[in-house]
Design a protein around this ligand. Structure first.
Ligand code: HSE
Length: 415
């Protein structure tokens, strides 16, 4: 098949933009060249002479020779305006901006269809792992049951450095920033928001669910404290920030982003540093596991490059699963086994909110409860009680749990 010649207008020349420039220099077989680069700051020192740059977005958007826009800027709102204009001008677009794609999924999909032009964003999820195209194409026929993964490189880097190398949280975060892994506003990483944006994109391609950021609950790693970190150490567990989506027996999708204890037998246990890992479970192929670097200039640029290459063969997402009309599970139907840390005064009250308690502990300053609780109650606790934090052990099959729970209750009443 003849490769299409791509003339690229590049937005952004930060860590990933420069990475892409270098990667493209080394892949001449791909008929793709960057014609011009649009950047914001006129006074910043750049690695290329000034004639490569423009400061006016229309310099790229109005250039008829440019048939492909690659958008790698930091600001999701500005990126949205650029991508929208580019698609309306029938230019193909490649972006790495997960926040922008997650927030405007429906509209971006419609624009692609109205203007008959592709938008690709493999680099937006898990950088070097080709997960979107896999979910879109490979699992088209097999019945996907769940996806679970470490989808944020910075938080995984911080968790690894603090647990294994005795870094302080602040030093590990600064290190992640200096290596170009973290978002410019790092709360997006540490608060689990970046992971949530990625999860929103993944569930659209995995299950055909288009949801909004406010529909998915996210807790990050920024509230973790010594009690749960010590618990993990003592039990030989690791804490990982996990994005999760599973099809329930009722046909709904339960999904969230939470820190989770993982044990040695879990594939995610050995996914450390800036690596990401995604487990899929499907009816015929059973469990599969994808791993690769999840942030940084070259791993992200490699995914952008792969999308550019896919464009040269006229690839586009077909969004076939969007016809599935799946819905999200209600919070009161999601039951989780968690470790809940609380302050010294609220333990008794919080125990009432659990369906079942395995263990509880209290010292002079703080305490924890391990047990099964609904996501609805967890959210209420997070909103109303200070100094609480949770770590997930596992999701609980709600139908099975309710049945066992009901049997237990009836048994208790009868006896
Ligand atoms: N800040 C993101 C991360 C960059 O750490 O995963 C890659 O999406």
């Amino acid at each position: 098949m003849e490769k299409k010649k791509l003339t690229i207008g590049l937005f952004g020349f930060g860590c990933v933009g420069f990475g892409l420039y270098e990667v493209l220099q080394r892949t001449p077989a791909l008929k793709a060249n960057i014609k011009r680069i649009c950047v914001k700051d006129k006074n910043k020192d750049r690695q290329l002479p000034s004639e490569h740059f423009t400061y006016d977005k229309n310099g790229l958007l109005d250039d008829d020779e440019i048939n492909t826009i690659v958008e790698l800027i930091d600001d999701a709102d500005a990126a949205y305006e650029i991508v929208k204009s580019a698609l309306k001008k029938r230019k193909a677009v490649v972006t790495a901006n997960k926040k922008m794609v997650a927030e405007h999924f429906d509209e971006l999909q419609e624009l692609q269809s109205t203007y008959n032009v592709p938008l690709l964003y493999e680099a937006a999820c898990c950088a070097s792992i080709p997960i979107i195209r896999n979910l879109e194409e490979y699992y088209d026929n097999d019945l996907l049951e769940s996806i679970e993964g470490i989808v944020n490189g910075s938080t995984n880097y911080i968790l690894t450095k603090t647990a294994d190398e005795n870094f302080t949280y602040a030093d590990a975060l600064a290190d992640a920033q200096s290596k170009g892994y973290a978002e410019s506003n790092p709360i997006l990483d540490t608060g689990g928001f970046d992971a949530k944006y990625k999860l929103l994109i993944l569930i659209a391609h995995a299950f055909g669910i288009v949801a909004k950021p406010e529909d998915i609950y996210n807790i990050g790693i920024n509230k973790l404290d010594e009690l749960e970190l010590n618990y993990a150490r003592e039990k030989g567990l690791k804490i990982k920030l996990v994005a999760y989506a599973e099809k329930t027996n009722e046909g709904t999708i339960k999904t969230f982003v939470l820190p989770k204890f993982v044990n040695k037998t879990d594939k995610l246990f050995s996914v450390d540093d800036v690596f990401n890992g995604v487990k899929t479970k499907s009816f015929f192929s059973d469990t599969q596991f994808f791993v690769g670097k999840g942030a940084g200039a070259y791993p992200t640029a490699s995914a952008v490059l792969s999308d550019i290459s896919a464009l040269s063969y006229n690839y586009r997402y077909e969004y076939k699963k969007l016809n599935n009309k799946e819905t999200l599970a209600q919070d009161d139907s999601i039951f989780l086994k968690v470790f809940l840390r609380h302050d010294i005064t609220s333990g008794i009250e919080l125990k009432q909110k659990f369906e079942e308690i395995d263990e509880s502990y209290l010292n002079q300053k703080t305490g924890f409860i391990i047990g099964i609780i609904s996501l609805k109650c967890l959210k209420e606790i997070e909103e109303n009680y200070e100094n609480t934090s949770f770590v997930l052990f596992e999701t609980v099959d709600s139908k099975l749990f309710l049945k066992l729970y009901k049997n237990k209750k009836e048994y208790a009443i009868d006896n």
